[in-house]
Design a protein around this ligand. Structure first.
Ligand code: CMC
Length: 389
């Protein structure tokens, strides 16, 4: 058998790209992150234009289908989303029985349960994958809201047909119809987090779908990956840190001590952006507005001081606030507890995961990288257990 010459070259080079940094693994038309210019683009549209003029429903459709929907496409899509946001008894029971669990873990399990109960997932065809994916885009926000509702001791709330997805996220989590400002802020947060290049959770979803597994499995992998504090878990920790610091006067000492101990400050730095994250810029404006409205100016002032201190100390290294630094403050103002921030991130990123998984599998190649073995090559003598020290 002849070996593929390209493979031999890769084996011989034996170069290790830790964390796959700088490695390109696929082509995509879904979204583009320009780390030098600080630009984020979904299917050619600037994130600033989308957050000003569009809605999460349109953005999700755009990411998955490649174009903005016309009126009929929009109506059909929102109908799928609305229908999907009514949760089944099994999922509601799971959430209320395990309401003490970490929200991201519970979300991961709920998505896995949905997959186990959907016979289309057993041998998923292309069309089924897309249908199931779009349903998940509707279901995941409803699961996240219901987790919050269960944690607060309330009863399950059915989605309202009059509300947007963002509005229903707030309604299903509180049982109260949201005011227009809160609905709009939630909508912008959903749009901002919908897609972001080959990040760790998106990559996880691609690895899973590349085995021709089903879309529920791909999103279950992605949610598990998003949970970590170096990825989606950073916003929860960023807000907790700002709260712990308490006031601007404490910032220099706390941040100085942490940096001296080589601790990472959550909500800063990014593998791709070496300038200010454009999502953080948009969220910072909202954070200022909502903290003023809620009488939490001190929180914002403390965060601003953390930002100034970090930029002064590490800006020359390309370390600036990322999306997670201000998103926590915004979610806090909408009444969400820090434990659920990462799950909210997942509620939005579901559309990016689905879009990129479907795109990848349409021109599939199984992911199968190599590791460089640096252990003993042996052969060592096998010693039976009774004779070992
Ligand atoms: N606080 C302090 N120092 C930092 C930070 C930070 N947040 N981020 C990077 N550095 C330093 C790091 O210590 C290293 O210094 P040195 O060169 O002296 O060893 C240098 O900057 C390069 O950092 P790195 O961790 O090797 O770079 P990376 O590209 O692997 O890291 C990152 C990217 C996001 C993992 C990292 O910046 C980090 O851990 N940030 C905190 C966690 C966080 O906010 N994550 C959310 C990312 S945005 C959401 C998303 O899109 O997923």
């Amino acid at each position: 058998m002849h070996e593929n010459p390209k493979r031999i070259n890769i084996m011989e080079a034996n170069t290790i790209y830790k964390g796959l940094e700088g490695v390109t693994v696929s082509e995509t038309k879904v979204g583009f992150v320009d780390g030098e210019a600080g630009r984020l683009v979904y299917r050619g549209y600037n994130i600033e234009d989308l957050t000003e003029h569009s809605s999460y429903e349109e953005v999700a459709y755009l990411l998955i289908n490649g174009h903005l929907p016309n009126a009929k496409e929009y109506q059909d899509f929102t109908q799928v989303l609305r229908k999907s946001s009514e949760l089944s008894k099994e999922v509601v029971d799971l959430i209320w029985t395990h309401s003490e669990s970490h929200p991201t873990s519970l979300l991961r399990t709920a998505v896995s349960l949905l997959g186990a109960n959907d016979r289309r997932a057993d041998h998923a065809l292309d069309k089924d994958q897309k249908d199931m994916g779009m349903e998940l885009v509707g279901k995941i926000p409803a699961i996240v809201s219901s987790i919050r509702r269960a944690k607060d001791g309330g009863k399950y709330v059915s989605p309202s047909p009059e509300l947007s997805m963002a509005g229903n996220m707030l309604y299903q989590s509180t049982g109260k119809k949201p005011d227009k400002t809160s609905e709009r802020i939630m909508d912008v947060c959903l749009m901002l987090h919908a897609d972001h290049g080959s990040n760790a959770s998106t990559f996880s979803s691609l690895v899973t779908i590349s085995t021709l597994s089903d879309i529920y499995s791909a999103l279950t992998s992605a949610i598990g990956t998003l949970k970590g504090p170096l990825h989606g878990g950073a916003n929860e920790m960023a807000l907790k840190l700002i709260m712990k610091i308490g006031k601007p006067e404490n910032v220099e000492k706390v941040i100085g001590d942490m940096l001296q101990k080589k601790e990472k400050i959550m909500g800063f730095g990014h593998r791709v952006y070496k300038v200010y994250d454009p999502r953080a810029k948009i969220l910072k404006g909202f954070a200022r507005e909502v903290t003023q409205k809620n009488g939490k100016e001190l929180l914002f002032q403390t965060a601003q001081k953390v930002e100034d201190t970090m930029i002064m100390k590490l800006g020359s290294k390309g370390i600036f606030p990322n999306v997670d630094f201000y998103s926590g403050m915004v979610y806090d103002s909408l009444g969400f507890h820090p434990d659920i921030f990462t799950a909210i991130f997942a509620a939005s990123r579901a559309s990016g995961w689905v879009a990129r998984s479907l795109e990848y599998v349409s021109d599939n190649k199984l992911f199968r990288p190599r590791s460089s073995y640096i252990g003993e090559r042996g052969p060592k003598e096998y010693i039976p257990i009774g004779k070992r020290n």
